[in-house]
Design a protein around this ligand. Structure first.
Ligand code: ADP
Ligand code: MG
Length: 477
């Protein structure tokens, strides 16, 4: 019975840093270039080629550590991790082992209501890619990715279900994207995750043997793979078997995990301090500078929208999903001076729709927050209807036109002037004595007839709210 067991999960995330050049060389990092064009002697592991640290990588690592509430170590160390594989020309990877740059942070899961500890964050270089060409049975090597800077973010085994693992990863990805260190792209592999999964009998305090799952390139696959692996462990243990510690590959098509290799021990990697690089030293000033430029993080922003702007969790989630979008929302909100909910509705509706349709970025829209505010005030004051407002906004969005100018040019203003409306209403009442009598006898639906007639006389431009009020007043007699 799966319910007799408690799953335990720890995640290792590899996030590619958004730098234009590699960790230890000047080669570029753009995705999808012609194979083997982004390589220098350092990437290729030529004898005598020496690594030179990219300072930007250190800045981004510090930023990440702070955003994930870690301690940033003023002194950390580079190590060589050895393994032999065609996509790693040096025969080793430069990584951080004993002394990583950041340690002991964490992430708060809101749905699960718990904290997941982050044990360490270290910097390391990526490997190249082996491309298996089925047509001619060859394996080709593309070294463009060799030496691309990665952060490895290692959680403690604090997660207890596939859903918690996915929530943790989504929060982590949001943080990394919002602070500009990673593009959050699982499909292209710039945000990758290995999941360590084990199970133990309920009530036990001793963790079971874990397996490490690889090849998880979407949130959906991550959930599927973890659930599949949990079920496999339970089956094996229930059948009296034991779990071997190993690395397993998730096969999406078959919906199963299968053994890839037995898990290496640290000694298999023959780690030792990297002799070609000095210790990595970070000053308190550098840490303070990184702290000062950290933006408000997604979770904090969402909380502020809910608590201070009184928006729903849903609205807050949509508005904060992308930083540029939430910044535009806040500028318009500040200018508009109406309830935040009204501005939120416009952003979730029309603003989103036109941004998506046009491909324009929120930071590059043609309308100003002041123009947006003027539009909302025109609707609020009843000068134009909500629908006319959408038409006006469409023009503002595409041309940056002033709302007042569009309203005048298109003749969208509603007649709210009571004098003008009263005149029309008085004439109608005088011309329709039977309907007036019916209304007074209790047939209130007749109001609709009058509203329709007034609107017709005004060619649809009457302010319905004012018309209704005036009509009720006058029909009562
Ligand atoms: P290694 O360095 O050999 O990969 P670590 O002890 O550093 O091993 O752990 C790697 C990952 O495995 C961490 O994310 C950790 O939380 C997770 N982990 C460790 N033990 C277990 C376990 N018994 N079950 C599930 N995950 C585990
Ligand atoms: Mg590991």
């Amino acid at each position: 019975m799966i319910s007799d067991f408690q799953p335990v999960i720890g995640l290792e995330v590899h996030a590619q840093l958004l730098t234009t050049s590699k960790l230890f060389s000047t080669a570029g990092t753009t995705f999808g270039a012609e194979p083997n064009t982004h390589t220098t002697p350092v990437c290729l592991g030529f004898p005598g080629a020496l690594p030179v640290l990219n300072a930007r990588v250190v800045e981004l690592a510090i930023r990440t550590g702070l955003a994930l509430e870690c301690r940033v170590n003023e002194k950390s160390e580079w190590s060589r991790k050895h393994y032999f594989y065609p996509d790693s020309p040096k025969g080793y990877q430069i990584t951080q082992y004993e002394f990583p740059i950041c340690e002991w942070g964490g992430v708060t899961l809101e749905l699960a209501g718990k904290r997941v500890r982050i044990r360490r964050i270290h910097i390391e270089e990526d490997a190249g890619k082996s491309v298996h060409d089925a047509a001619d049975g060859l394996t080709l090597v593309d070294l463009n990715r060799v030496g691309t800077p990665l952060l490895e973010i290692v959680s403690e085994p604090d997660l207890r279900s596939a859903d918690e693992a996915v929530e943790y990863l989504k929060i982590l990805r949001d943080v990394l994207v919002s602070i500009g260190v990673n593009d959050g792209n699982l499909e292209e592999g710039s945000f990758r995750c290995d999941a360590n999964v084990s199970v133990m009998r309920k009530g036990s305090e001793v963790y079971g043997t874990r397996c490490e799952l690889k090849n998880l390139n979407s949130f959906r696959n991550i959930k599927l793979a973890i659930d599949t692996e949990i079920a496999r462990h339970v089956d094996v243990l229930e059948g009296g078997g034991t779990i071997a510690q190993e690395t397993r590959l998730f096969d999406v098509n078959r919906g199963e995990t299968r053994s890839m290799r037995s898990k290496e021990d640290a000694q298999d990697y023959r780690y030792f301090p990297e002799p070609d690089l000095p210790l990595l030293l970070v000053t308190p000033e550098e840490i303070a500078r990184a702290k000062a430029t950290l933006p408000e993080l997604p979770q904090a922003k969402r909380r502020r929208y809910v608590e201070r702007l009184k928006l729903t969790e849903y609205d807050a989630g949509v508005l904060t999903a992308e930083r540029g979008f939430s910044e535009l929302f806040e500028r318009c909100q500040a200018a508009a001076g109406v309830e935040p909910k009204k501005v939120a509705n416009w952003f979730i509706g029309e603003v989103s729709r036109l941004l998506n349709e046009s491909g324009v970025k929120p930071g590059e829209v043609k309308f100003s927050p002041a123009q947006f505010a003027a539009l909302l005030m025109a609707i609020d004051a009843g000068t134009i209807s909500q629908n006319a407002g959408k038409e006006v906004f469409g023009e503002m969005f595409h041309s940056g036109a002033e709302p007042a100018e569009v309203i005048a040019r298109k003749g969208l203003a509603q007649v709210s002037d009571t004098g003008a409306l009263e005149k029309v209403i008085d004439e109608l009442i005088a011309a329709n004595p039977p309907n007036v009598a019916a209304y007074r006898a209790g047939k209130v639906q007749v109001l609709g007839f009058f509203v329709g007639q007034v609107m017709k006389a005004l060619k649809g431009k009457g302010n319905p709210k004012v018309i209704n009020e005036l009509l009720e007043q006058k029909l009562k007699g």
